[in-house]
Design a protein around this ligand. Structure first.
Ligand SMILES: C[S@@+](CC[C@H](N)C(=O)[O-])C[C@H]1O[C@@H](n2cnc3c(N)ncnc32)[C@H](O)[C@@H]1O
Length: 217
């Protein structure tokens, strides 16, 4: 199956790159006030909803999972990633948090278990034709009224719903924000807010970075 091939390739690539990735990104939120603002807003709306269980899906080395946990919004945060090496690093860096190896296409969580799902640049390696089932899985594990914050890079314009790009670790895909918002809506996840950040001169690629906050209706 295509998803399995893609998942295995991505997992192996992140296993090989895990230590370098962790070193590069461990402190990256410090210089990213807009990312922090979206995470803070996500934590606040999830906390206010009464179900503080959150999964950071495709958590990598756990630095964002740790940030969410430290916000003091009463969240119970866990991290899930396909890469065992990433999970090992996350467990070592944050011994007080739960991290599990798993695939976002088949989460080991009950229907409606979570108040929040965070997917921060983790669906970028999912082949476009495999994305709708992943969004359906996010919808399945969210409780009614639960929130998803999803981050990705934008394509060059509305004429390109999706475009492959040359990612340093594994093949990756960008999305036109309205197109991804429409796929989310079709999965039962309605947009409540979006952040579009223009590329900085220091960014490795000249792509807009997009974060969509959506809600299970
Ligand atoms: C670009 S990194 C993002 C890591 C982290 N979310 C961050 O914001 O820095 C993508 C992560 O998603 C994970 N990943 C990719 N596809 C996945 C899948 N289908 N299931 C679970 N994890 C996946 C990779 O192993 C990798 O750790």
């Amino acid at each position: 199956m295509v998803e399995h091939d893609a998942l295995h390739t991505t997992r192996d690539a992140y296993d090989a790159a895990a230590s370098t990735y962790a070193e590069l990104f461990r402190d990256s939120l410090r210089d990213r006030p807009l990312d922090r603002a979206m995470l803070d807003a996500f934590a606040e709306v999830v906390g206010a909803g009464g179900n503080g269980r959150v999964a950071d899906v495709g958590c990598g080395p756990g630095h964002v999972t740790e940030y969410l946990d430290g916000l003091g919004r009463g969240l119970t945060v866990c991290g899930i990633d396909a890469s065992p090496a990433m999970i090992e690093l996350a467990r070592r860096a944050c011994p007080g948090l739960r991290f599990e190896v798993g695939s976002m296409a088949a989460l080991d969580l009950a229907d409606g278990a979570l108040g929040g799902v965070l997917s921060r640049w983790s669906v970028i390696h999912t082949p476009p034709e495999e994305l709708p089932p992943v969004l359906a899985e996010f919808h399945r594990v969210l409780a009614p009224g639960g929130h998803l914050l999803i981050g990705f890079s934008a394509t060059d314009g509305a004429a390109h719903p999706t475009q492959a790009f040359d990612h340093a670790v594994a093949v990756a895909y960008r999305w036109w924000p309205d197109h991804l918002a429409e796929l989310l809506r079709a999965a039962g996840l309605t947009e409540t807010a979006r952040l579009v950040r223009e590329p900085e001169p220091t960014d490795p690629r000249p792509f807009q970075e997009v974060q969509l906050l959506v809600r299970k209706t």
